[in-house]
Design a protein around this ligand. Sequence first.
Ligand SMILES: Nc1nc2c(ncn2[C@@H]2O[C@H](COP(=O)(O)OP(=O)(O)OP(=O)(O)O)[C@@H](O)[C@H]2O)c(=O)[nH]1
Ligand SMILES: [Mg+2]
Length: 269
Amino acid sequence: MSASYETQLARVVQWYPGHMVRAMRRIGSALALVDLVVEAVDARVANSGTNPSLARMIARKPRIVALTRGDLADPAVTNAWIEAFARRGLTALAMDARRARDVARIAKLLAPRGRGTIRAMVVGIPNSGKSTIVNALLRRASAKSEQRTGVTRATQWFRLSQRVEILDTPGVLPPRIGSAASQWKLAASGAVPSERFDPEEVAHSLARWARRRGLHGVPELEAFAVARGFVRRGGKVDEHNAAQSYLHAFGGGKFGRISLESPDDEEAA
Ligand SMILES: Nc1nc2c(ncn2[C@@H]2O[C@H](COP(=O)(O)OP(=O)(O)OP(=O)(O)O)[C@@H](O)[C@H]2O)c(=O)[nH]1
Ligand SMILES: [Mg+2]
C-alpha cells in the first residue's frame, strides 16, 4: 500500500463532526441514570469497530458487548471474539440484531430486580446496529434505523416494559481512526458515510486483503465489474459504480460470511 494512498484515505476518513462531540456529551450525562450499557460492535470488525474513548467513558458501568451482524461474520471468528472479550472480563453475545429471538438474551439481563426501574443504554460506532437492537427488543420499528450511517442524531428513551427503559444513542466514531487498515475496514463495514471515502480504494483494499488470505468468494473488482455489466460504451470499466455495488454486495453477505478482523490478527492489514 503506497504512502500517498494511506495519507489520502486518512484525510478522508479522519473527520469528527460536531454532532459526534455532542453525542459523546449526551452519553456522558445519561450515564449516571443507567444500570447497564450495551455496546453494539459489528462482529466483522470487532477491533476497529470499538471506540476507545467511548469504552473509557463507560468503563465503570456494568456493560455487555452485542456482536451484531453475527449472521454476516465468520462464525468461528465470532466465537474467538467472544472468548477474547471474556478474557477481558466482558460478556459478548453474538446476534443478528434484527431477530427478536437473538436480542432476547439482552432482554433477560434487563429483568427488574427489586422495586426500581431498570435503565439501559445502547452505544457504539455509527451503523453498528444500535437502533436495530432497540427495535428488536421493542418488537416494533420505533427507533429509526436505516442502511446508511449516521441515522440516529439524538438520544431517545424507549419503554420496554413498565419498569425497563432503554436509551438509543447516536453512533460515535473514535476521534482518530488508528491505521489505514482500520479505515478501509470501517468504510467497508458501513461505519463511515459513503461520501467520506472513495469506494474504489476501499473495494481494492478489500479485494487485496481477501486475495492474500485466499478467500476465493471475494472477486477482484475488475472481474466483478465485468460480470455485473459495469462497462461503458467503448469497453471501459465503470469502476466507481462497480465499486459501490461491490461494497454493497460485501455488506449484504454476497461474498460469504467474512470477518475482517480476528483476535489473533498480528498484522491488521
Ligand atoms: N444482517 C444484519 N443487518 C443488521 C444487523 N444489525 C443491524 N443491521 C442493519 O444495519 C443497518 C444499520 O442499523 P441501525 O440499527 O440503524 O444502526 P445504528 O447503530 O442505529 O446506526 P446510527 O444510528 O446511524 O449510528 C440497518 O440496515 C439494519 O437493518 C444484523 O445483526 N445483521
Ligand atoms: Mg441508530
